[in-house]
Design a protein around this ligand. Structure first.
Ligand code: ATP
Length: 297
């Protein structure tokens, strides 16, 4: 829940580095109570690499400002911002399992198909909230979703996100960031047109990542060839249930079929024909409940 924005620097204890991004490092940390004596919670603290650059700092804080608006269990929130000796620190809930792609790819973690569908459902719920708020994420991918100890998935990385309240869509090519080509909708690749429906396309790729436990999409196609590939109507193929998957999943063959059907609807050429995130949530609920009815006990 969004609680506060500016936090007194004395309340923040910076720990070891747990990750690195384009702008800076992410540390584990502690947030002390207002009396500075007891730990109120473990947190993640993002720092900016180049604190002297006005552009870096303002872009860094822009992401924090975007996060400040959100209040949903499946969207990463902002706990606050600390400014210490002119350097900004962004404080967020700690997501102990790190990003979703790494998490699902860990061979030592066991997942049932139901678990993977539950992650998919959580991402869809978070995206449905953003869709209602008329926010376009533009970089939805499993690597940009985070997982906490209770396996709650939260959408993160709002570096490319935009409020489209006054526009039908947002057009931009940011020359400073690599484009997430293999997650991008055809109209985003062709015309830099980003809408909630281009986020839906990316969501279809996230479903593929989930069902393959983190396989790279279009691994045999170069980024430069992707647009032509998609223009001919071709799409990602149905994920195979690999032996590696089989050993750790309660096999629900039908759910793979139903999920692939959902993916292909997310990749329809006409954005209007793609489902909304609210519809995706409903489809996933149906797949899971159908599975309960047909499962062998
Ligand atoms: P950007 O392009 O905005 O720099 P990024 O995902 O490459 O995005 P960060 O958002 O800075 O970089 O995150 C870097 C890494 O830090 C992540 O991949 C993740 O492993 C870790 N991380 C980020 N946020 C959290 C968090 N709230 N809890 C735990 N780990 C986190």
């Amino acid at each position: 829940m969004v609680q506060q924005s500016n936090i007194d620097s004395h309340r923040m204890k910076l720990g070891k580095i747990i990750g690195e991004g384009n702008f800076g490092e992410v540390h584990i940390g502690e947030l002390m109570d207002k009396d500075d004596k007891t730990i109120s919670e473990q947190v993640a603290i993002k720092t900016v690499k180049n604190a002297d650059s006005v552009r870096s700092v303002s872009e860094f804080l822009e992401e924090a400002t975007i996060m400040h608006n959100f209040d949903h269990p499946n969207v990463l929130s902002l706990l606050g911002v600390v400014i210490d000796e002119g350097k900004p620190y962004v404080i967020m809930p700690l997501m102990e399992h790190g990003d979703l792609r790494t998490f699902i790819g860990k061979p030592e973690q066991s997942f049932t198909v139901r678990d993977l569908l539950d992650f998919a459902h959580q991402v869809a719920k978070g995206m449905s909230y953003l869709e209602d708020a008329r926010f376009v994420h533009r970089d939805l991918a499993a690597r940009n979703c985070m997982v906490n100890q209770r396996r709650t998935v939260k959408i993160a990385d709002f570096g490319l996100a935009r409020d489209i309240y006054t526009e039908d869509y947002y057009r931009v090519v940011d020359k400073y960031r690599p484009l997430p080509v293999k997650w991008m909708a055809l109209e985003a690749l062709k015309h830099s047109k980003f809408t909630s429906k281009s986020d839906v396309w990316s969501y279809g790729v996230v479903l593929f990542e989930l069902m393959t436990r983190g396989e790279k999409p279009y691994c045999h196609i170069d980024n430069v060839d992707l647009k032509r590939y998609l223009e001919t109507g071709r799409r990602l193929e149905k994920p195979e249930v690999t032996p590696q998957c089989m050993s750790v999943t309660l096999l629900l063959y039908n759910s793979i079929d139903y999920t692939y059907d959902l993916m292909t609807r997310c990749w329809l050429e006409d954005p209007v024909e793609r489902p909304s995130f609210a519809e995706i949530c409903k489809v996933l609920e149906d797949i899971v409940s159908d599975d309960v009815d047909t499962k062998d006990h």
